[in-house]
Each structure stands twice: as C-alpha cells, then as structure tokens.
Design a protein around this ligand. Structure first.
Ligand SMILES: Cc1cc2nc3c(=O)[nH]c(=O)nc-3n(C[C@H](O)[C@H](O)[C@H](O)COP(=O)(O)OP(=O)(O)OC[C@H]3O[C@@H](n4cnc5c(N)ncnc54)[C@H](O)[C@@H]3O)c2cc1C
Length: 339
C-alpha cells in the first residue's frame, strides 16, 4: 500500500473548495484500511476520513493522510417473513443503494432518495429527509476500531442517534471507521407521506396509488426542484442544523412574526427552520466573500467561484452572529470541518 501524494481534493468535495491532501489512500478492503492506519501511525501522521465529500469543509492543505473507505458490496443477510436485513459496504453510493433496494421492493429507504454521499458516512450524522431518518430503518453497523484494528458491531443503542447526531460525532469522534451498515427493510410497503411538502405534492392522488415508488419519485422531484445540484453549483446541502429552542423563545419570535412555523420535539421544546430565520434576517440570495446564500433555499450556502473554505466560514460566521443578535438563537454548523 503506497499512498498517492499531493492529491487534489477539489473534485472530491461537493463544495468544490481547493484542497490538497499530502497523502491519500482509497481503501477497498479492511486489510487496506488497517495497512493505511499502520502506515500513518509509523509516521505519526493524523488520519482524516473522507467519504463522498458532501458534508465536509476542507482546508487548503491537509498534511496527514486522507483515507477514503471505498469497500463495495450489497447483500441480503437474512429474510424472515416480510422483514429483510440488507447490508451495504461503506463505499457504496447512498442514492444508488436506495434505488437498488426500491427496485428490489425492499422498502423503507424511499424518503432518503437522492442524498449525496456514501453509505459509510450516512450513520455519522444520522441522515434524514422528508420525515424519515436513517435510525428509523437502521439495524446495526460494523466499524473498525482505529486503535485496536478490530471490527466491532454497533447496534442502534450503541450508535446514540439523535437529530443529525451519533456517537461517532461526539464521544467516539475520530475513533472508528464504518465499514458496513445493515438496514431492517420490509417487503410490505412502508408509506411515509406525512411530511408537508410530500403531502402537498400528492394531493388528489388516491391512497391506493401512493406506493413507495411514488414516494421515491416525489422526493427526487422535490429535491431536484428545491436544492441546487452540486455538479452545477457547489454546496453541501443544509449548512446549519435546525435549532431546537424553548417554547418561550418560540413565543417571543411568534409575537414579531406570526407566520413562523415550528415542530414540537418535546413538551417544552420546538424545532424551528434555520432557513426561515436566515431568510427573515434578509440573507437569502446575498453574496459575501464570493459565497452565496442560495436564492431558493436560504439554508444552503453555495460556492459558485470555488473559493476556499475560509471564505465559506466567514459568511457562515456572519450569518450566525446576525441570527444570534436578532433572534437570540445559536445556529450550529452541519458540515464537519476536517483539519
Ligand atoms: C445537495 C446536498 C443535499 C444534502 N441533503 C441532505 C439531506 O437531505 N439530509 C442529510 O442528512 N444530509 C444531506 N446532505 C449532507 C450529506 O449528503 C450527508 O451528510 C452524507 O451522509 C455525507 O456523506 P459523504 O460520504 O459525502 O460524507 P463526507 O462528507 O465525506 O464525510 C462526512 C463525515 O463523515 C466522516 N466519514 C466519512 N466516511 C466515514 C466512514 N466510513 N466511517 C467513519 N466516518 C466517516 C467524515 O470524516 C466526515 O466527518 C446533503 C448534501 C448535499 C451536497
């Protein structure tokens, strides 16, 4: 195993920031992963994991080793009645995996169609969209312990999933490499059409006409319409998490803006749309430091000039401090900064 040197990562991150990895390995097996970790350890080098690069901010130079888990393969592990356990290796493309399952009538993943990235990164932030989160269909994952080199199994409890969170972003940050993820899917159609945008799209359709395939198609249509494709306009999807605030804070905002919307997350907490806050603060469509707040979706920062991550961070910080001053709400950044 010999790492590639001075690898240009601009095409390997969807924000298209210029970045060079001093050393780069694309690992297609667990042996490759172990060899790469040993190689870096011998040189006392830091190791940074990169999947599809759709949720990261990369610096202009990464001096250590950038390691891309690229293991491939999908298999049905078990089938009992209507339920199937389907395992995907970490390096499979997420959307292609969803399409594969939907075509085979292994249902449960349809609402998560068209999310960029690789399967191995999906549990890291418990990806979610249109009313479904990865944890709703998750069974277990296998992850390589970076210190011992052993493969360990994590069930749902051990992953400590939460809204755009897991143990791998918190307590066990940078300690494991996900090598496979196993989903509990069903041959019986699972319809999740409660999300307002989906409901709206399906108005007028008979209940019996709403199949998982229709849901997948609707989600893809909505995403294509509302979100800029990174191939055309570099971006990392939502740049901020939707903040969870107290009912009191929400009521204060509602006094000023009666049209504010929020979802209940607990008896005394609400989740409010970060995009709404950013839009109300007047940022939608604005360009600063060469970085643009998308004109259709204020939660998405775009990098049309393919400038460095520090410029994106400057705009993000300006938005964060403005939202804090205006609504007394802290916006938390969603993409991970790799140092
Ligand atoms: C247009 C667009 C739309 C998006 N829409 C959504 C959405 O609807 N919902 C949503 O949740 N997200 C969304 N995202 C964010 C992103 O697609 C997901 O977070 C995705 O799971 C990231 O996968 P990736 O392979 O690109 O990971 P990367 O961006 O490469 O990495 C993300 C993090 O995971 C770590 N990582 C990567 N692979 C592994 C591994 N095998 N083991 C351990 N750690 C690893 C990295 O070190 C990094 O910290 C969107 C992004 C874009 C560009």
């Amino acid at each position: 195993m010999t790492p590639l040197v001075n690898v240009n990562l601009q095409r390997l991150n969807t924000l298209a920031v210029p970045s060079v990895a001093a050393n780069f390995v694309r690992a297609t097996s667990i042996t490759d992963l172990r060899d790469a970790l040993a190689w870096a350890q011998q040189r006392q080098m830091s190791v940074h994991l990169l999947g599809g690069g759709s949720n990261v901010l990369l610096p202009e130079r990464i001096d250590g080793l950038v390691l891309q888990p690229a293991l491939r393969g999908v298999e049905v592990l078990e089938e009992q009645g209507d339920t199937l356990l389907v395992r995907s290796a970490a390096g499979e493309n997420w959307h292609r995996f969803v399409q594969f399952c939907t075509a085979k009538k292994y249902y449960g993943l349809e609402n998560l169609s068209l999310i960029p990235g690789l399967v191995g990164a999906a549990p890291i932030q418990n990806i979610g969209a249109y009313g479904v989160e990865l944890c709703d269909v998750f069974d277990h994952l296998q992850a390589l312990n970076r210190s011992t080199g052993e493969v360990e199994v994590f069930d749902k409890n051990k992953c400590e999933f939460d809204y755009r969170e897991s143990v791998f972003k918190q307590r066990l940050r940078n300690q494991y490499i996900v090598v496979s993820v196993t989903f509990r899917l069903s041959r019986t159609p699972q319809i999740h059409d409660h999300y307002p945008a989906i409901k709206q799209e399906l108005l007028g359709l008979k209940r019996s006409a709403i199949t998982p395939e229709v849901i997948a198609h609707t989600v893809m249509e909505l995403r294509r319409r509302k979100l800029p494709s990174p191939d055309q306009i570099p971006n990392v999807g939502s740049f901020f998490k939707n903040p969870i605030i107290s009912v009191e804070s929400f009521e204060k905002i509602r006094e000023m803006y009666p049209d504010v919307a929020a979802y209940d997350v607990a008896s005394n907490q609400k989740k409010i749309a970060a995009g709404w806050l950013i839009e109300k603060a007047g940022w939608k469509g604005r360009t600063e430091f060469g970085v643009k707040v998308h004109e259709q979706q204020a939660l998405v920062l775009t990098n049309p000039n393919r400038g460095p991550a520090k410029q994106v961070l400057m705009l993000a910080k300006a938005i964060q401090s403005n939202i804090k001053a205006r609504f007394d709400i802290e916006l938390e950044q969603e993409p991970q900064f790799i140092e």
